[in-house]
Design a protein. Structure first.
Length: 238
């Protein structure tokens, strides 16, 4: 990777801040709690990042990914895709990372499971309006978070005790994290790899995925959405 192309403030994320300790040999379990309407890119983007993690010197899969739901009945995700969950809340392995996508309003069973497992996770992260589910658990009370730009006002009105960061690509607060909308979850997942295994592993993973976005290196890189919620085309030179 050409390190000269890194953002100017990338060193701030390269100094071990918020570093996580991976297991010496075992895979890191990553749970994706899903329900009706789960937005595909919100969980499939991070899923592929963890599945494709390229960790120097490590043999075997660094992460073990699986879906979790209230039952094993097929779930209709966004766009009509049908998904059969791998586990129920009762049978799922204890996760060290949880990825919460945008989806239908949560049941009490979903909220209880997220609250329970988060007592022992390294990272419980939301993507897009999955932040509403995470906030509904009460875990975000008094903490900072972000969400999909078109939901800023709704989120602030619903959860005034959460400090919403507009224009953030992602936010980390203790073992909780939240990404902006949609593709932001890919960046947060790469950032989680960086926290576990360092900058080279994150760069190698992004390279393997042919992912040229650099938002994972700069948590404030969604600034365009802090300035305006109205789409404005980017003027490109002729």
């Amino acid at each position: 990777m050409d390190r000269r192309r890194l953002p100017k403030n990338s060193a701030a994320l390269e100094d071990g801040r918020n570093a996580l300790t991976p297991p010496e040999r075992a895979s890191i379990p990553v749970a994706f709690p899903i329900a009706r309407g789960a937005v595909i890119i919100d969980f499939c983007g991070p899923w592929e990042v963890f599945h494709s993690a390229d960790i120097p010197g490590r043999h075997g899969d660094a992460f073990q990914t699986y879906t979790v739901a209230e039952t094993l009945e097929p779930i209709t995700a966004s766009g009509g895709m049908k998904i059969i969950p791998n586990h129920t809340f009762q049978t799922a392995p204890a996760p060290k990372v949880v990825v919460i996508p945008a989806q239908a309003p949560p049941t009490q069973a979903m909220l209880s499971w997220v609250r329970s497992v988060t007592t022992a996770t390294d990272v419980t992260m939301s993507v897009c309006t999955g932040a509403f589910l995470l906030a509904e658990t009460g875990l975000l009370s008094g903490k900072s978070a972000t969400t999909f730009h078109d939901a800023y006002a709704r989120f602030e009105a619903a959860y005034p005790d959460v400090h919403l960061k507009r224009g953030a690509r992602f936010v980390e607060d203790g073992n909780l994290a939240s990404a902006g909308g949609l593709s932001s979850g890919i960046d947060l997942a790469i950032r989680v790899i960086e926290r576990y295994f360092g900058r080279e592993a994150a760069e190698r993973t992004a390279y393997t995925l042919e992912y040229q976005g650099t938002g994972w290196q700069d948590p404030d890189s969604n600034g365009i959405y802090a300035r305006s919620l109205t789409f404005a085309p980017i003027n490109k030179p002729a």
